[in-house]
Design a binder for this molecule. Structure first.
Ligand SMILES: Nc1ncnc2c1ncn2[C@@H]1O[C@H](COP(=O)(O)OP(=O)(O)OP(=O)(O)O)[C@@H](O)[C@H]1O
Ligand SMILES: [Mg+2]
Length: 347
């Protein structure tokens, strides 16, 4: 029904016009024949009528088709890559077929331009990621090369020096392995739109993670308040990774005896996971950047302890894949609090 209504007006307008012009020409011929009866006059009137029909119909058809010509020009410009161009709609645009076509094409162009911009942005992000990753890998590679060259030149005087060099090389290799694993994980998350869905007993995952953290650092007071039976839909391994990163940050960025608090509670239909420490906190200027890939608030210290600045971006990516979000609140001397809010699910 709709497509008929949209096609009829232009066709109708043109056929009414041609019919009306032909009728006028025939009427003029008939009138001349009645009034004068002179064949020469009739021929002249007929010729004049035909010329008039031709002129008027040409002018009208041209006027009607002008928007289509403009559309063709715009399409040519777009074909050469000018995606910013738009069809210009006439005043009576939405009511005519050309107006509707213009509107539809403009909307389509808008969508194409938006998806091209999104692709460009993601390519920029990928380029930046590759550049940062290469930069990060260069440092451990340089030190590996340094130790290998020292050994080759016979500059390591005794077995103890060789053992020390090998230990350092192994530590750099572990660092690189962790870095590459984190990068692969983030790259995988970038490709995923959502995550494997299973019902996960988050209370159990959080309790396990706290136990693991205490096993690694028995001297750190870890206070946990875990509401039982809190479940979410998601990927258990990823959620364990999220907690591992947050508790790893407490371990890596605050002193060994610094207390840590882990809370898991339901908050309405959401689930709130909070990991808080009473450590040194993060400088104000750095707080806004801690979710940027490869960012470290204290580059020297984090690098020395093996950090690559991918932990919090991984936490954010996991939360996002679970339909949740992350908040970080920190100030120097006040400690650091990270809150992960996930959509909950009744057990
Ligand atoms: N609990 C915390 N206390 C103090 N600073 C923190 C804490 N958590 C994160 N930060 C700061 O935020 C930065 C980014 O954290 P992120 O976890 O992304 O990287 P990382 O811990 O340095 O390295 P990675 O997690 O990749 O091993 C850290 O380098 C650190 O400066
Ligand atoms: Mg970390």
């Amino acid at each position: 029904m709709l497509s008929r209504a949209t096609h009829r007006p232009l066709r109708t307008r043109l056929s009414v016009l041609v019919t009306a012009l032909c009728a006028c020409a025939m009427a003029a011929t008939a009138l001349t024949w009645i009034l004068s009866g002179d064949p020469a006059v009739i021929v002249i009137v007929e010729l004049a009528g035909l010329a008039g029909v031709a002129l008027v119909s040409t002018a009208v058809v041209r006027r009607e088709l002008r928007p289509l010509e403009q559309a063709a020009d715009t399409a040519d410009a777009i074909a050469t890559g000018d995606f910013g161009r738009r069809m210009v709609a006439a005043d009576d645009a939405p009511t005519t077929e050309v107006g509707r076509l213009t509107d539809a094409l403009n909307r389509m162009l808008g969508q194409i331009q938006a998806s091209l911009a999104a692709r460009e942005q993601s390519e920029d992000r990928m380029r930046q990621f590759v550049a940062d990753a290469s930069h990060e890998l260069r440092t451990p590679l340089q030190s590996l090369r340094g130790y290998a060259e020292l050994y080759q030149q016979g500059a390591l005087p005794d077995t103890a020096a060789v053992d020390d060099a090998v230990a350092r090389m192994l530590s750099e290799i572990h660092r690189m392995t962790r870095l590459v694993e984190s990068m692969l994980m983030l790259a995988r998350f970038d490709e995923q739109d959502d995550t494997e869905v299973e019902q996960v007993d988050l209370s159990r995952v959080v309790a396990d993670s706290c136990r693991d953290a205490t096993a690694v650092e028995p001297a750190r007071p870890l206070h946990s308040r875990i509401e039982p039976g809190v479940t979410v839909l998601g990927d258990e391994a990823q959620l364990r990774g999220l907690l591992g990163n947050l508790l790893g940050n407490v371990r890596m960025h605050s002193g060994p005896g610094t207390p840590c608090h882990v809370d898991l509670v339901r908050a309405g239909s959401d689930v709130l996971l909070r990991v808080e420490d009473e450590g040194p906190g993060i400088p104000d200027h750095a707080v806004a950047h801690v979710f940027d890939r490869f960012y470290r608030a204290d580059r020297g210290r984090s690098r020395a302890s093996g950090g690559s600045g991918l932990g919090l971006p991984i936490v954010a990516a996991i939360a996002e894949l679970h339909g949740g979000r992350v908040r970080l609140d920190s100030a120097p001397g006040r400690g650091t609090r990270v809150e992960v809010i996930l959509p909950g699910r009744a057990a």
